[in-house]
Design a protein around this ligand. Sequence first.
Ligand code: PLP
Ligand code: ZN
Length: 417
Amino acid sequence: MSRFYFSCIGCGATFPLTENIYSCSRCGDLIQAEVLIDEVREEVDFRALKKQPISVWRYAPLLPILNTSKLITLHEGGTGLHHCRRLGSLIGLEHLYVKNEGENPTGSFKDRGMTVGISRALEVGARSVICASTGNTAASLAAYGAKAGLKRIVLIPSGKIAYGKLAQAIVYGAQIVQIKGNFDEALNIVFKICSRNKEVYLLNSVNPFRIEGQKTLAYEVCDQLNRHPDYFIIPVGNAGNISAAWKGFKEYYNFDQIKAKPKMVGVQAEGAAPIAEAVAKKSLSITPVNKPETVATAIRIGAPVSWKKALRAVYESHGTALTVSDDEILEAQSLLARLEGLFVEPASAAPIAALKKLKEEDYLSSGDFVVCVATGHGLKDPDVISRLYEKPVEVDAEVSSIERLLGFAEEARVHSI
Ligand SMILES: Cc1ncc(COP(=O)(O)O)c(C=O)c1O
Ligand SMILES: [Zn+2]
């Protein structure tokens, strides 16, 4: 007997895990996997679990995969939780941590969900997998699909994904379709393709198995900190990841592994902020943004499919959501790199940009345990760097002129010898 089942986030209908579904057959809303809390508390030996190397599959007993002998893994998860002392002291936070999801195999948090999603695709006998993507899901699906020997198809908004991500999808051998439209339009097309062609397995974050993998982000942070964070600050695009992390924290709390849950703080770019706008109005629904725009292409999404779960995460946790400008995002990217040695892509710098505002407003106190999620690696988006930063100087290969350029005075050198 599985300790998992599906439930609808809208009407609460339940379905067995053996059904191959992404949405509720009664009301059409999203479904999610649910775990039987009491059974986990009785049956899972958390002490033994925590002796396993930290990774997504350390948490296998808490993940709804029926046959763990055929997992498709590239060793995802187990990413660093970096105590950022220099950045923290600049902002006035003693316990500031960055969970660096860029350390995953394809350089983003998507790998957590993809290892579970692709493993499930094999369980249900799929032969091809598909997603719409702002880039990182495409890269991850392409890699894990390759490892599984599946045909992989990705739909991307033409000209709007960072080059590093496109390069990954190309090299991993995905069939790439660039559409003349934005992410929201690409996702709608993917939904239609999947409803008409049952043999294609959908791997966007409406897929509950993606969310299950991604919830391990929360488990890991608690295990690494040895406590719950007070605040968990995360960029929001299609809103799957904030929903997944909140699910993970709630479960870890219910399994008695943490004493309290963090406040969830969602961060969006000013030009693509339907969730933050809804939270500002204390609204229970969102107004989609028709033409989302931001330098943080990963979160350039106007109609987040998991908006309902994201609003629940913010309201249930008594957290908040806010916007940051593109300039603030880019400044934060530079600050994190220069003070902490962490190079993250623009979307991942959004929580860092938000820190300053939240501290100035006294939303955060200096002793709080604050975790920011850096969702993807900086090398994903090299174009933004070459556009914004000055090119390095070029000089003749000649020692003394280079020393002059570097400011090494002749006199000082003689003395030091
Ligand atoms: C780097 C990065 N950060 C944040 C997000 C947003 O995650 P979600 O769409 O689950 O809200 C994405 C999604 O593509 C991403 O690639
Ligand atoms: Zn329903």
